[in-house]
Ligand binder design. Sequence first.
Ligand SMILES: [Zn+2]
Ligand SMILES: [Zn+2]
Length: 456
Amino acid sequence: MLINRQIAACVACASPLLCLMAAAAAAAAAAAQDLPAVVERELPGLVTTYEGIHAHPELSHHEEHTAALLASELRNAGYTVTERIGKYPDGTQAYGVVAILENGAGPRLLIRTDMDALPIVEETGVRYASHVKAKNAAGQEIGVMHACGHDVHVSTMIGTARALADSRSHWHGTVMIVGQPSEETVDGAKAMLADHLYERFGRPNFAIALHDTNLRAAGTVGIVSGPLLAGVTSVDVTLRGIGGHGALPQNGKDPIVMAGEFIVELQTIVSRQEDPHDPSVVTIGDIHGGTKRNVIPYEVKMELTTRAFSDKAMKIIVDGIKRTAQGVALSAGVPDDRQPIVTVLDDESSPATYNDPALTLRVKAALLTALGAPNVIDDEPLMASEDFGLFGLEGKQIPTVMFWLGAMDPAKLAAAQAAGQTLPGPHTSRFEPVPEPTLRTGVIAMTSVAAALLQR
Ligand SMILES: [Zn+2]
Ligand SMILES: [Zn+2]
């Protein structure tokens, strides 16, 4: 009721933006009134759900049980749920989930959670730690861990879905929950869109998401307007030479020496060719060559990840990688039929994640109302990457915002900061979100933001 009165009062207003923000704040305030009680009621169950998901992580492309759990919880909360949404380029079906809750006329809001885990052996020592092992593409046994907190995201989403279903009198429109597979391989959002996500379930007016962070305490959130996360382009480079006896280098073309030159020269793309005001990164994370100390191999293979915020910087980097590989081969005298192979992996690449400034203002207003000013922190962009931005479509047609959810024990974070250190972060074996306060804040924050955006 409070929201309806507020919006009615706004119809004749001369300042639409302020009006909109006042309405959003009023909506968030109204929804927030009952929210703490609802969240406290749900919290013990959500923590149990979180521990279960954490103990049973599934790698990208294999989120079968996590997706089924999310689907069943959303169905129980009253949503219309469709499973197995998403098509990968090789034709296999993904484990994407879409859950719809209609509540009269109003905007359509996409809220996204990712679901996949990472090939990391967990070393947190928590009671509910993962002992799961899986086989990678090469057939090797590897540990699996929710080391990026996508278990936090799924649990928060379940709590948010229930809270929104419970508070239908405070919002209007349609909630469209997306359980996205394969974020870590950045091909899950693409797969869902390729499976006609918007044609089948409606095109949203906005899309929002959260991601947990080791840089903020549980109980707080961080927000950035504009560029949030860098774009990623994955590149494979194979330097080819001519193998032979290690004692007779004059008879071959040594790709190991070429790789050494390539690795050092590559860093000058960022430091000498790229604009320092437009930050970028080039990292070689994987290198393989050779079988024995006295054998010159025929080739060295490298896997690169590159990060940049602008398309211009990304082009300079990719062109630079190709040119550097060719230059190294040229200077080594490699014959034409043994030139380097440089492959850009479109399936493992994604554009920068951009927080729409106008939508960020509305999201921030709702967060301030729900959590209080000391708990809403203005944050900086990061060079990490995400594929959430793809839900905004080419050319940012649909405004998107992702905000940070603090996940660290406040006392441990304060002690680490006092010592000039950071706590173990995402993609490390000791990343340890503190479940209860993180989930509480996540559900309150996401529900408040959703209610504020879902107004006529
Ligand atoms: Zn991750
Ligand atoms: Zn993540």
